[in-house]
Design a protein around this ligand. Sequence first.
Ligand code: PBG
Length: 308
Amino acid sequence: MREHSLSVNDLIWPIFIVEGENQRVAISTMPGVFRYSIDQAIIEVKKAYKLGIPAIAIFPVTDTALKDEMGTEALNPDNLICRACRALKTEVPNIGLITDVALDPYTSHGHDGLLRDGAVVNDETVAVLCKQAVVQAIAGADVIAPSDMMDGRIGAIRSALDEAGFCDVQIMSYAAKYASGFYGPFRDAVGSSTALKGEKHTYQMDFSNGNEALREAELDIAEGADMLMIKPGMPYLDVLYRIKQAFLMPTFAYQVSGEYAMIEAAVAAGFMERDKVVLESLTAFKRAGADGILTYFAIRVAELLSKK
Ligand code: PBG
């Protein structure tokens, strides 16, 4: 009599990529999650594909020496993420490849956009994001996921992709991305936390707002988003539910780094049982209307489900 169930088809696995070879670097704030060099990522992604995970989302850890005010490295066709895309497309051609569009892994100030007089400038940033999206599509990305939260970027990126001949590359919009304390461990993982000056409140959403999320989603759909994402996950199930109900679009939830870290910390302290709470939290996303979930637990859950 179960209304909802979780399957491996629901899982998207986010992965951190580092330079070098043979690297599997632990992340202190995310026990059990590693930064992989491309050769090691290939091994892990093959495993994910065998388990039936349909898609991965890759995030680069950019060397500090390559970061600058403008995030120039984002547009380098040979940057880490583009090399990872090419390698993964060759080695694991049938897993869906999602890349993040935003400048924070590349900027010396850690913001998702360009700064002028200390403030993020929307329109100039959008122009750069369009180029970043095309560079990633050329490298083999199947789905472009703009996580930057600039206004008007979905429509602009759609046109840029179409003009470059990538009309089949889809856009997963971070439609409702809140300025959140739950991203802390992610920023450690990609090394943007030490760089980040100030907060992201001028472009990410205020956690006091629910209706605004619907307006943001509506704009992104009108601009051509193929699917929507809500982020963070568990504290925002109401937003996920409302957006799914209102638009009936493919809607995804991101169980972010801080949610992962909370569960791991509680498990390490002996306060909760990992597999129980992980399955419960992911099923809750389904109940709220998610068509898929980005989760750092993806491999673990796929293994669990395959044993059932
Ligand atoms: C970067 C980006 C962030 C996350 C995904 N893409 C961090 C941020 O906006 O500061 C967070 C993911 C997570 O916490 O797991 N634009």
